[in-house]
Design a binder for this molecule. Structure first.
Ligand code: 5GP
Length: 212
């Protein structure tokens, strides 16, 4: 039985307060063979973030140079800053059979969908929209108008869930991670992944049965 050799491309999106980073962090802790793509961005680095681990933090000029050199698989402007997925880092791993996760916004996800029809698209949903607001406030400690802007953008995004193959509601991190793992496992068992089914010869099996 010959199986598809390429790794799975897993695209995860969701509003900023849905807890997708926590879920992905836990997923990677439990599944060491999955690679998380590190995006390039022009947004400022937060205190706890590290360059080359959370993002590649660059200025706008460097980002635009990378667009011109066709170095991105996809890129988008999110909350007024550029974010892009480095092409080679992802494609090389997929070709080696490694599963790759992209945590990207809806624009990026729709662009990936055009190029990778077999990619697995997962939308992480907050349990309810009041919780979403609470999480945005807790995460950012921003001025009210900025929080409001994020909430409105996130609210709009929540309505885009039907562009994805799966929706995982994050009311409990452990359950949500388990659901994501189950989706990935189901995908590995998909009949479409098997390129060429070479069954044992029927007559040989019957012959063996009859002579014994
Ligand atoms: P944050 O600044 O909160 O880390 O990310 C803001 C948004 O940008 C999130 O929705 C995140 O998923 C998205 N994002 C991060 N990296 C990329 C990327 O490479 N491409 C696209 N299209 N979106 C990204």
């Amino acid at each position: 039985m010959k199986k598809k050799k390429d790794g799975d491309l897993i695209v995860i999106s969701g509003p900023s307060g849905a807890g997708k980073d926590t879920i992905v962090g836990e997923l990677l802790k439990r599944n060491k063979d999955i690679y998380l793509s590190i995006s390039m961005t022009t947004r400022d680095r937060k205190e706890k973030e590290e360059d080359g681990i959370d993002y590649y933090f660059v200025d706008e000029e460097t980002f635009i140079k990378n667009i011109e050199k066709d170095n991105f698989l996809e890129y988008a402007k999110v909350y007024d800053k550029y974010y892009g997925t480095p092409k080679d880092e992802v494609v090389n791993r997929l070709e080696k059979g490694i599963d790759v996760v992209l945590v990207i916004d809806i624009t990026g996800a729709l662009n990936i969908k055009k190029m990778f029809k077999d990619a697995i698209f997962i939308f992480i949903m907050p349990p309810d929209l009041k919780t979403l607001m609470k999480r945005i406030i807790y995460r950012n400690r921003d001025p009210k108008e900025k929080i409001l802007k994020r909430f409105k953008e996130d609210y709009k995004l929540v309505n885009e869930f039907n562009n994805y193959n799966y929706v995982v509601v994050n009311d409990n991190v452990c359950d949500a991670v388990h659901k994501v793992e189950s989706i990935l496992l189901a995908s590995k068992c998909s009949a479409q992944r098997i390129e060429d089914l070479e069954l044992d010869n029927e007559e040989e099996i019957i012959h063996e049965f009859l002579v014994n």
